[in-house]
Design a protein around this ligand. Structure first.
Ligand code: SF4
Length: 220
């Protein structure tokens, strides 16, 4: 599935698109922001190029395997058809595209379970630790998804260990979670518009593992 939306490249920030006259950034940045938002600046404003890390390569390989397995017996359906079917039956979708003009965010959800009672939004992660940055990312998917469905079935945010069925963290996407992620999304838009500066981490352990560390002027 694709966004099927008209995305115009931002004039100076590579990952940002203009959608319905508003800056729109990838939801995965909510995870990166929690690690070090300066890496977003290096990659997308200064356009520093790095080799993908081993974990990125492994993640993308495991992703393709799951995607291929899913496609073997998947029946294509439109968004509206899925919403309708899921009112009476449980269905599952992978690589589910979400985009919100209201919040200026977009991305692909690893897996969505749609049931008559609730939607479960799943983001696959390499380990089993529910980092705040991982939670922010899955909340970002929930926020965009909620904006698209415009109905009141409950939404559950979940983190699952990649390549397994093990969901190691789950929580309802309630009012508190929605406010929390909305504040971070607004902060990101202030960085993109230049109202705020991208901060760098002061944690040397993060810099040690960062793929930008050889070209970063803020490394500690
Ligand atoms: S080297 Fe450190 S400060 Fe620089 S982008 Fe990476 S984590 Fe951030």
């Amino acid at each position: 599935m694709s966004f099927g939306a008209n995305l115009i490249p931002h004039p100076s920030i590579s990952g940002v698109k203009i959608f319905q006259n508003k800056n729109n950034f990838p939801i995965s940045w909510l995870n990166t922001q929690g690690y070090c938002e300066y890496s977003i600046f290096l990659e997308n404003v200064r356009r520093v190029k790095t080799e993908p890390t081993k974990s990125m390569i492994r993640g993308s390989h495991e992703h393709s395997i799951l995607e291929e397995k899913f496609r073997e017996d998947a029946e294509p359906a439109t968004f509206d058809e899925m919403m309708e079917t899921s009112k009476t039956a449980e269905i599952l979708s992978r690589e589910f595209p979400v985009i919100s003009a209201t919040y200026g965010i977009r991305g692909f959800i690893d897996e969505v379970w749609m049931t008559p009672d609730e939607f479960v939004i799943i983001d696959d992660k390499p380990g089993t630790i529910a980092y705040p940055s991982s939670i922010n990312q899955v909340y970002g998917y929930c926020l965009a998804f909620k904006d698209m469905i415009k109905e009141d079935r409950k939404i559950v945010a979940s983190l699952r260990q990649r390549g397994t069925d093990r969901v190691f963290w789950a929580s309802y996407f309630d009012e508190k979670a929605e406010k929390q992620i909305n504040d971070i999304v607004n902060h990101m838009h202030e960085l993109i518009s230049g109202e705020k500066e991208f901060n760098s981490t002061d944690n040397p352990n993060k810099c040690g593992k960062c793929r930008f560390n050889s070209s970063c002027d803020k490394r500690v």
